[in-house]
Write a protein that binds this ligand. Structure first.
Ligand code: ZN
Length: 291
C-alpha cells in the first residue's frame, strides 16, 4: 500500500513537473508578473538584469538557449526590446514563440499607452515610435496585464485556467489594497525632472507633476545648450531629478548642482526572480524619491 502511494505521488509529481509552462520573460518585472500569475505551474527565466537599459541589450548565447526551450515569451513590448529580442527570437528558431502566435505576449499591447503617435517617426532618433512602452511602474496597468497574461496561460494550459485567473485576480486585489497607501506616499511632491520618459506612467497614476526631461527626445542624450535651457527654466523653483542607474550623465550632476535639486538613481525593474512584494517595494521607492 505504501509502495502504491509512493508511486501515485511520484506519478503526480511527474505530470506536474512536465506540465509547467516554460516562460522566458524579457525583464524582471515581466518575470515577477509571470511568476505571480503562474505560481508553481510555470518555470520562468528572465533575460535582462534590472540595471540595464532594455532598449539596447546584448544578445547572449544563454538567451538563445532559453528562447529555444520556451513555450511563452513575456515582453514589455511596443518595440522596447525590439533591437535585440527580434533577432534573438529569429536566432532561437523556435516556432512556438514567434510574434502573432500564442507563445508571444506583449504587456504593452494589453493596456492603453501614453504618447501614442499617429505616424511613427524614427528619423530624429526617437526610441518610442509606437508610444511610451515603459508601463511597468504603473501597478494598475500591471494588474490589467496580469489578467491578460492569465488568459494567455489559460490558452496554453487549459487544465489550470482557473488557477491562473485566480492568481491574477489576487494580484489586482493586492494592488487595489495598496493604492491608498501609495497615494499618501505620492502626495505633495514638488515635481520630478526625468532623464528619460521611463517613469511617466507612475507619475501620471499618482498625480506627481512631471516637470521636464533631461533628454531632448527619447533616446537622444542632452546637449550642453539643452541642459542650460533647463537650468534657466527651473532656477529658483523646487523639484527633484529621478533617473536610472545606467543614465549616469554629466548633465544630471550639472543640473542637480545648479538647481540645488536632489538627484536619485533608481532601477526601473525589481531584482531578478522577485515576487510581487519586491515589486511593490520598488513602487514605494520611486514614490518616496519623488520628494
Ligand atoms: Zn524608453
Amino acid at each position: 500500500m505504501k509502495k502504491l502511494l509512493f508511486f501515485a505521488l511520484f506519478a503526480l509529481w511527474g505530470t506536474q513537473a512536465l506540465a509547467a509552462v516554460n516562460i522566458v520573460a524579457t525583464t524582471s518585472s515581466m518575470g515577477m508578473l509571470s511568476r505571480t500569475v503562474g505560481a508553481d505551474l510555470v518555470k520562468v527565466t528572465e533575460l535582462a538584469p534590472p540595471d540595464r537599459d532594455v532598449h539596447t541589450l546584448q544578445i547572449r548565447p544563454s538567451m538563445l538557449q532559453a528562447l529555444r526551450q520556451a513555450q511563452l515569451v513575456v515582453s514589455i513590448g511596443a518595440e522596447l526590446e525590439q533591437s535585440w529580442l527580434t533577432p534573438a527570437i529569429e536566432g532561437a528558431a523556435n516556432p512556438k514563440i514567434l510574434p502573432n502566435t500564442n507563445g508571444y505576449f506583449e504587456a504593452a499591447a494589453q493596456v492603453s499607452l501614453m504618447d501614442v503617435k499617429t505616424n511613427a517617426d524614427r528619423s530624429q532618433g526617437d526610441v518610442h515610435p509606437l508610444g511610451n512602452p515603459h508601463i511597468q511602474l504603473d501597478p494598475v496597468r500591471m494588474a490589467d496585464v496580469a489578467l491578460a497574461l492569465a488568459e494567455r496561460l489559460a490558452k496554453l494550459d487549459a487544465n489550470n485556467a482557473a488557477r491562473y485567473r485566480q492568481n491574477a485576480q489576487q494580484f489586482k486585489a493586492d494592488v487595489n489594497a495598496k493604492m491608498p497607501q501609495w497615494q499618501k506616499l505620492a502626495a505633495n511632491s514638488t515635481g520630478v525632472l526625468l532623464y528619460h520618459k521611463d517613469a511617466n506612467y507612475l507619475l501620471s497614476r499618482f498625480n506627481i507633476p512631471l516637470l521636464a526631461y533631461i533628454e531632448p527626445l527619447a533616446g537622444v542624450p542632452p546637449t550642453a545648450s539643452h541642459i542650460l535651457s533647463l537650468v534657466q527654466q527651473f532656477r529658483g523653483k523646487k523639484g527633484v531629478i529621478l533617473h536610472t542607474v545606467y543614465q549616469g550623465n554629466a548633465g544630471i550632476a550639472q543640473l542637480s548642482q545648479q538647481l540645488g535639486w536632489k538627484h536619485t538613481a533608481l532601477p526601473l525593474e525589481p531584482a531578478n526572480n522577485s515576487n510581487s512584494q519586491a515589486y511593490f517595494k520598488l513602487i514605494e521607492q520611486w514614490l518616496t524619491a519623488a520628494h
